[in-house]
Ligand binder design. Structure first.
Ligand code: ADP
Ligand code: MG
Length: 290
């Protein structure tokens, strides 16, 4: 069976700044891939290329058999036509770092908007599905709330429900917990974990190493626009081979102990032992290794 997502030789420049320098990876159906890497390494740009929110400068992307873009022999880019782009965007749900719900609409209306107006679902079908989705993200009681009446964590869960309402084949998450108070991150991560367990294919840019360790089938480390290291979560997070991956994980873990304690009782992910496990394995000077 072919992969759901195939990316090869992906390049993207802004003027003279080359942000993606030839990224290759594939994602199988049902697979959860965590993308980690320093700020500015090109993670957001890479996700945005997949549904053509950014237009790649080179390489090829295919999603579920649809060619999103393809570099031609003469080096020019050929992009999917308008209609295919619409189809691709319906198949690819995206949740961003900043909450981007429509502020003048209730949670329910935020979720029903696209299924009704884009997919042509009847109002009552769209409503019924939206209520189901709100329930699945723990917000059944908030259907009539406006975004400003919701916490950041609740808004992100509505945003996830909104993306799911289009029945996407693939979900992209871009640091969706970075803008919420740390004690609210756990409730978002739990929803994502349940989604993963339900078989959703997910590409997750995250700084939450315990989430990556627990939920991701695979971890990709990106630095300076290239995939530097890739493997199972255990391989990449516990025994990174590349020096840059090691340095990045050390830096992340130096900041993490406090956060891990603060979040100790916010849920199964935040209070997991993975931080501890990671810390013991990533100590690359070997002091703790037995
Ligand atoms: P990350 O998500 O890993 O932090 P980004 O993909 O957001 O990285 O950004 C990678 C690089 O591309 C950064 O140097 C950023 O400043 C630059 N960049 C991103 N978007 C644009 C844009 N629209 N115009 C110019 N430069 C951009
Ligand atoms: Mg980013």
């Amino acid at each position: 069976m072919s992969s759901l997502v195939q990316v090869s030789g992906l390049r993207k420049s802004y003027g003279s700044l080359e942000v993606l320098k030839g990224v290759d990876f594939e994602v199988d159906r049902g697979e959860v891939v965590a993308i980690i890497g320093p700020s500015g390494s090109g993670k957001t740009t890479m996700l945005r290329c997949i549904n053509l929110l950014e237009r790649p400068s080179g390489g090829r992307i295919e999603v579920d058999g649809n060619v999103v873009c393809e570099e031609q022999d003469d080096g020019t880019m050929r992009f999917a036509d308008k209609r295919s782009i619409r189809e691709i965007r319906e198949e690819v749900g995206m949740v961003f770092q900043r909450f981007n719900l429509f502020p003048h609409m209730t949670a329910l209306a935020n979720i029903t908007e696209a299924p009704h107006y884009v997919k042509g679902l009847s109002k009552s079908d769209a409503n019924a599905r939206a209520l189901e989705l709100l329930d699945s993200v723990g917000l059944a009681a908030k259907a009539d709330a406006y975004p400003l009446q919701l916490s950041g964590g609740q808004q992100q869960r509505v945003a996830i429900a909104r993306a799911l309402a289009m029945d996407p084949a693939l979900m992209l998450f871009d640091e969706v917990t970075s803008s919420v108070d740390p004690e609210l991150a756990g409730e978002i991560l739990l929803v994502m974990k349940e989604l993963a367990e339900g078989g959703m294919t997910m590409l997750v840019v995250t700084h939450e190493m315990s989430f990556a360790a627990e939920v991701a089938d695979r971890v990709m480390f990106i630095d300076h626009g290239l995939v530097v290291e890739e493997g199972s979560a255990a391989e990449v997070l516990r025994s990174p081979k590349n020096g840059r991956t090691q340095a990045f994980l050390r830096a992340v873990l130096e900041r993490a102990p406090m956060a891990a304690e603060d979040e100790a009782d916010t849920g199964p992910i935040a209070d997991s032992h993975s931080q501890e496990i990671l810390r013991s394995h990533i100590d690359t000077d070997g002091r703790d290794d037995g």
